[in-house]
Ligand binder design. Sequence first.
Ligand SMILES: *[C@@H]1O[C@H](CO)[C@@H](O)[C@H](O)[C@H]1NC(C)=O
Length: 157
Amino acid sequence: MSLHLALLLCLAMATVLAQPHARASDLYYTDITPVTDDSRFTTLNPTAQLSELNKVKHSKGNIVFTAGERISGDRLVVNHYDDESFATAVDIEVLMSYPAGSSTGVTLTCIEIYVDTTASDAGGYLTRGGIGATTAEILLTSNLTRSFVYETFFYGY
Ligand SMILES: *[C@@H]1O[C@H](CO)[C@@H](O)[C@H](O)[C@H]1NC(C)=O
């Protein structure tokens, strides 16, 4: 690893570590779960309104989903990472819900989700709440993938 990259990584880690309020425990999340057409979120919740997150594809399977933007005075309130591999290509879903329990009183300003999938595409949707609200429910999907990795950052004040 180059010194430059090592320094960048250190900076990134220090930024996360310096945020004492960033807890994954405030987030409810499902495992990276294989689904079929019968068990998809949209099948089980036919009336749910899915609102697409902003999506930037950096390369095949390397995608960043965002909503809102950082404002002065906000802070990292959730940092959560998960990864899973499968023996065959499967359709997967992840459902995340903030907060996990009773209200934290935090108003969300910015959501960033970094996704890496062996499939060529993934979906990221708000299914409830979002920026300016104190709750957010997010659905991640990827079809016919052998592995799925994501890291979530929620900011708020
Ligand atoms: C995955 O497949 C389902 C069912 O065919 C489709 O509704 C959905 O849009 C697909 N998701 C993505 C991210 O392509």
